[in-house]
Design a protein around this ligand. Structure first.
Ligand SMILES: Cc1cc2nc3c(=O)[nH]c(=O)nc-3n(C[C@H](O)[C@H](O)[C@H](O)COP(=O)(O)O)c2cc1C
Length: 252
């Protein structure tokens, strides 16, 4: 028996889109999408996120510069910045004569999770009405600069941005790792069909190399494992811990 729903089909067909028609997205639609997204679950009901809707071309230009000049950050009809935001909790606690304990790690983590859940919910709500888009983690190339550009007060940082609009491209889907690689039973490592991680990496390298070959993107035979090694050695954004601490989030 197979099950299906519009949401499952939406997820099964989704792909990041970075080219958009110039047609505007009505403000009322953005409101609708974000309102729905705010129904996402939130840890202990803390609702520790804010979304900045950025229209101003000058602000977009500055944001694009710190993302390595990603054109879609300027060109997308909608740019949303999903932020972890502790300011309301701080004010709530101040009413009771307290403040958030010296850069507490738990609150930094849950606010980042909260912002991510809202972001993904907004993305799905947007896709459900035909919008497409891409998330922009590159705002964390310089989290302090992103905070300055977006006018974020202390205790707020931009977890990721999101470009949205009416799609002007339909890229082929990037393959994902095999299902049986990701799902473990009872204990980590107990995979379906006794698969090993090594087999999965070999298969995925081959699948991704084939995909990149088909769209003319240069790659190596060991595509994914090669990319991961290049991405994380040397360490990516190794100043991020210090930057987030400056903004009021201590991931010690
Ligand atoms: C948190 C997050 C940050 C991302 N940041 C960027 C980004 O800065 N620029 C970009 O072009 N894509 C970005 N992406 C998109 C990923 O590259 C993309 O989801 C991934 O390669 C898989 O491709 P797909 O979404 O088309 O399946 C980001 C995705 C996520 C979830």
């Amino acid at each position: 028996m197979s099950y299906s729903s519009e949401t499952i089909a939406l997820l099964n067909n989704r792909v990041s889109v970075r080219k958009f028609k110039s047609d505007p997205v009505p403000e009322a639609l953005i409101d609708e999408v974000l309102n729905a997204a705010f129904r996402a679950p939130t840890s202990s009901n803390i609702q520790s996120y804010s979304v900045i809707v950025v229209h101003d071309p000058a602000i977009r230009e500055q944001l694009a510069a710190l993302t390595g000049n990603q054109r879609h950050v300027i060109e997308a009809p909608v740019f949303l910045a999903f932020c972890a935001d502790l300011t309301r909790i701080e004010q709530a606690m101040a009413r009771h004569g307290h403040s958030i304990a010296d850069n507490n790690m738990e609150i930094g983590l849950v606010s980042s999770v909260d912002a991510s859940l809202v972001g993904m919910s907004a993305y799905l709500a947007a896709e459900s009405v035909g919008l497409k888009g891409v998330m922009i983690g590159a705002v964390r190339n310089d989290a302090v600069a992103a905070a300055r550009i977006l006018g974020l007060p202390p205790q707020v940082y931009c977890v990721f941005g999101m470009c949205l609009g009416w799609p002007d491209e339909a890229p082929p889907q990037k393959p994902r790792m095999d299902y049986s690689t990701m799902v473990h039973y009872e204990r980590h490592g107990a995979l379906r069909d006794n698969r090993t991680t090594a087999q999965s990496l070999d298969d995925y390298d081959a699948a991704l190399a084939k995909h990149y070959g088909s769209i003319g993107k240069p790659t190596t035979a060991d595509s994914w494992t090669h990319d991961m090694d290049k991405k994380f050695d040397p360490q990516l954004r190794d100043n991020l811990r210090q930057q987030l601490k400056e903004l009021g989030f201590d991931f010690r």
